[in-house]
Design a protein around this ligand. Sequence first.
Ligand code: ADP
Length: 364
Amino acid sequence: KKKIAVMTSGGDSPGMNAAVRAVVRMTIHMGCDAYCVYEGYEGLVQGSNLIRKMEWDDVRGWLSEGGTLIGTARCMAFYERPGRLTAAKNLVLSGIDALIICGGDGSLTGADKFRSEWPSLLKELVSTGELTADQVKDCQHLNIVGLVGSIDNDLAGTDATIGCYSALARICEMVDYIEATASSHSRAFVIEVMGRHCGWLALMAGVATGADFVFIPERPREHDWKEDMHRKIGKRKTIVIVAEGARDKNGTKITAEEIKDLLADKSEGGLALDTRITTLGHVQRGGTAVAYDRMLATLQGVEAVKAVLDATPETETSFIAITENQIVRKPLMKAVAETKKCSEAVDSKDFELAMSLRDSEFED
Ligand code: ADP
C-alpha cells in the first residue's frame, strides 16, 4: 500500500485545512494510507509523533476552520543538509514515499531540493550505518507534489494561490469599515497591508475598494510621488493602501508613516489632513477561508494525489496550479524561479484602472 503524507509549511493561509482534508480523503479513497506531517519541516526533522497516520474522520469539519490544524513552522534545520538527512531517515522509517507540501515559494524550494538530493541522502544514510540497504531498497524515489498556500498570490504560473482570496476579502471588509468613519470625519487613512515582495493584495484591494492611492513593490513610485498626491487629493476622504514592501524608484522604502506625515503636514502649502494609520496585520491571514479558497484547495488536493499516483522516477517535481479555470500540473522550479521577479502577479493595466476610477478623479 502506498503511503502518502501531507504537510503545511511556511506562513499559514486560509484554505490549508481544506487542502489537507482533500489530500487525506482522496488518498484513502484511492486505497492508500494517509499521513500528516505536523509542524512543517520541523515535523519531518523531529519525526516520531509529528508524523501521524490519518483516518477519514480525523479531518471532519476542517473545511470551515481557519489557519492550519496540523501546524506550520519555519524550520532552520531543513535549510542545512544534516537536517534534511534526518528528515529523509524519518520518512524511510515511516515508509512514506510521497509527500504533498502546501506552502509558499520557500517551502516549495526546500521540497524540490529535498527531492533532488534524495538518492544521495539515502546513500549517506546507508554508508554511515544509520539505515541498512534493505531498509532503503523500496524507497529509491521520493515523490513530491506542491500545493501553493500563500495569501500574497505571489507564485508565477497560477492564477490564484490557496488563501489569497480570503485575505483579499478580509482587507476589503476592513477598508469598508474604515471608509465609513473616514467619510464621516473627513479624515485620511493610510492602511498598511501584507506584501513584502508582491503587491497583489494591495492592488486588488485598491481596485475593489476604490482607494485613492496604492503603493506596491512592483510599481516603484516616481520621485515626485509626493507632488502627485498633492495634485490628486480628494475633499471628502482619502484612503491610501500601502503594501509592506512599497518602494520608490531609488529602491527606498515608502512607509505608512511617511505617507501620513505628508498628508498631515500642517506647514504652509501642506495638506493638513487629519490622518490615521491602520496596520491590518494578522487579521489578513486568520479567520475562515472564503468559498473560493475552499474549493480551490479541495480541487487541487484531489489533483495532487492523482499526480503522486501518476508519477514515475523521471517525472519532474510538479505543483498544482489553476489557469483559466483549469486545475493543472506544472513544473515547480520554473514557477519558483519566476516568482522572484514578481512579474506575473500584477498587471499594469489594472494599476491604471484602479487609479483612474477613484472618487477624487472628477470631484467637484
Ligand atoms: P514560505 O513557504 O511561506 O515561503 P519560508 O520561506 O519561511 O516560507 O519557508 C518555510 C520553510 O521551508 C523554512 O523554514 C525552511 O524550513 C524551508 N525552506 C525554505 N527555503 C528553503 C531552501 N532554500 N532550502 C531548504 N529549505 C527551505
